[in-house]
Design a protein around this ligand. Structure first.
Ligand code: ATP
Ligand code: MG
Length: 300
């Protein structure tokens, strides 16, 4: 007790643009929150698509940027969404300067880990999910340094394996240097087009190479998924019965099974009650914490 990691930090990353990173962040976070997991999304892309997709507006000064500059406490930039258990640190255009501005900082590799440390240590969230920008730059690298695992969304396309080699190479280098605890959390296929021959071939090749690191659930291309961002609502809430929503929920289920948190420990401890005597309060249950409040307020 006490030393176990309560909060899992997962970077959703792929240096390739438009592969479904943000869509995966938004819908995984939404599906987890619907399952009562406390989730914090950190939008690290100056395009702010995750922020908008979760129904928030961009606001100058409300992002990780001023925290990285030491101008704000992290508790001051965590925003609740309309949905229970689902919180976000928004992005803003200023983050676009981060690559240049922070490139020469001595702590550039650890800067995001350090910025998130108070939140992680507070143990308020089950999952912190980072939406990375599409490049192998300092923001993505620093995100990987801050994370326990990397989730890679990919499309089943020609050269998919080459793209995977690039990012898994980065993961290996970071694991061997600054973050030995970094795992390849998994690979998830996105925007899958039915039965196309190339799609099947690529999926088979990736599964053959990465084995059970590849999630069983593949996300199909589905028009409701692409419409949801303009409504500022994750598709799992907007149209829960759509194919896209159903598959993101199934994916979130698999994700939770692979990444148990204190929530699961508590459930396991209280589930079997065979003897007449009721079980004591499970030791693994932490004191209840209201998840919509800012976790690091004592620092503010
Ligand atoms: N399953 C899906 N079905 C249909 N459209 C999808 C699906 N997943 C994502 N899209 C659409 O594809 C586009 C790219 O998705 P998304 O923004 O999630 O990718 P990204 O990897 O975050 O992009 P970037 O690299 O620019 O950050 C978006 O318009 C999104 O709505
Ligand atoms: Mg994106």
């Amino acid at each position: 007790m006490g030393t176990e990691k309560r909060t899992k930090t997962i970077a959703v990353a792929n240096q390739k643009g438009g592969v479904g990173k943000t869509t995966t962040v938004v819908n995984l976070a939404a599906a987890l929150s619907a399952r009562k997991r406390a989730v914090l999304v950190v939008d690290l892309d100056p395009q702010a698509h995750a922020t908008l997709g979760l129904g928030l507006e961009k606001q100058p000064g409300v992002s990780l940027y001023p925290v990285l500059l030491g101008e704000k406490q992290i508790a001051d930039v965590i925003q609740p969404t309309k949905w229970n258990n689902l919180n976000v640190i928004p992005s803003e255009v200023d983050l676009a300067g981060a690559e240049l501005e922070f490139g020469s900082r001595e702590d550039r590799l650890e800067m995001i880990r350090n910025a998130l440390a108070p939140v992680k240590e507070s143990g308020v969230f089950d999952y912190i999910i980072l939406d990375c920008p599409p490049s192998l730059g300092i923001v993505m690298t620093s995100s990987l340094v801050a994370s326990d695992g990397v989730l890679i969304p990919i499309q089943a396309e020609f050269l998919a394996m080459d793209g995977l080699a690039l990012i898994t190479g980065s993961i290996d280098r970071i694991r061997q240097s600054v973050n030995p605890g970094l795992d390849l959390n998994g690979i998830v296929f996105t925007m899958v087009n039915g039965q196309a021959r190339l799609t099947q071939d690529v999926m088979n090749e990736v599964r053959a190479h990465f084995g059970d690191k590849v999630y069983e659930t593949a996300i199909p291309r589905n028009v409701r998924v692409s419409e949801a961002p303009s409504m500022g609502t994750p598709v799992v809430f907007l149209d829960p019965r759509s194919k896209g929503a159903e598959s993101y929920k199934a994916f979130a289920w698999e994700f939770m099974a692979k990444n148990p948190t204190r929530f699961d420990a508590a459930a396991a401890a209280s589930a079997p009650a065979p003897a007449p005597a009721a079980p004591e309060t499970p030791a693994a249950v932490p004191e209840a914490t209201p998840v919509t409040e800012n976790p690091a307020q004592q620092n503010g």
